[in-house]
Design a binder for this molecule. Structure first.
Ligand code: DC
Length: 219
């Protein structure tokens, strides 16, 4: 399967890079963070406890998530809601549950196989979801740059954001995402490590696309 795995912490630029790489390679993007956010939204709406593995796993199993340009949950467009502070605050807790991950990893593999491969972005794509991806990327950026980008994203979506608060929230999520026992955010051994603080978007995209095409030609 034609898969590019892009992992890295929040705000590293994964979505921007994934879109451009997908366009260059004629693939679609699967944003797995949006799936964890959709389940978190379902948990909140059900009034369930985000620390309850069983309740969160049931919510993940029951959720009918459709991903295209928009994110749909059980037929409702929740694209804006999943970016709000309520979901952002709880998503790392919900996504740390082994049951939730098991359900979503199965959905991710199915989605990619039904779409003839994909550029898949997340935290555990190269290590767990697609360990055989043709190209694995671990995308990073400095903490200050990641916070700066998030503040700009929030402002352009019409949400107020304070730099210090965004920086603290990113650090809090990084710590949970990297410290959890199941599928923590870690670099795959064979990943290309790229730093989007020191490289332009075009340089990052070109590096990934040419690596993919080289490896594909060798297959
Ligand atoms: O990419 P994002 O910031 O929208 O992801 C939201 C959260 O979802 C992130 O803090 C951790 C979780 N996540 C995960 O655990 N595994 C993934 N493959 C993708 C996201």
């Amino acid at each position: 399967m034609r898969v590019v795995a892009i992992d890295g912490p929040a705000g590293a630029g994964k979505s921007t890079i994934a879109r451009a790489v997908a366009e260059a390679l004629g693939l679609e993007v699967l944003n797995t963070g949006a799936m964890y956010r959709a389940v978190t939204y379902a948990v909140i709406m059900a009034g369930a406890d985000s620390t309850d593995n069983q309740a969160c796993t049931s919510a993940a199993s029951a959720a009918n998530i459709e991903l295209s340009e928009r994110v749909m949950l059980d037929g409702l467009d929740i694209s804006d809601e999943i970016r709000g502070s309520l979901v952002t605050k709880e998503v790392s807790t919900v996504s740390a549950h082994p049951g939730v991950r098991e359900v979503l990893v199965a959905k991710q593999r199915l989605w990619a196989s039904q779409h003839g491969g994909a550029v898949v972005e997340g935290r555990d794509i190269g290590t767990v979801v697609f360990p055989d991806a043709l190209v694995k990327v671990f995308l990073t950026a400095s903490d200050a740059e990641r916070a700066r980008r998030r503040v700009i994203d929030e402002a352009s979506a019409g949400r107020e954001a304070n730099f210090a608060e965004v920086e603290a929230d990113l650090a809090r999520r990084d710590a949970i995402d990297s410290g959890r026992s199941v599928s923590p955010l870690i670099e795959a051994q064979d990943a290309l490590k790229l730093d989007s603080t020191t490289m332009t978007i075009d340089q990052v995209v070109e590096t990934i696309v040419s690596e993919f095409l080289t490896r594909e030609a060798l297959q």
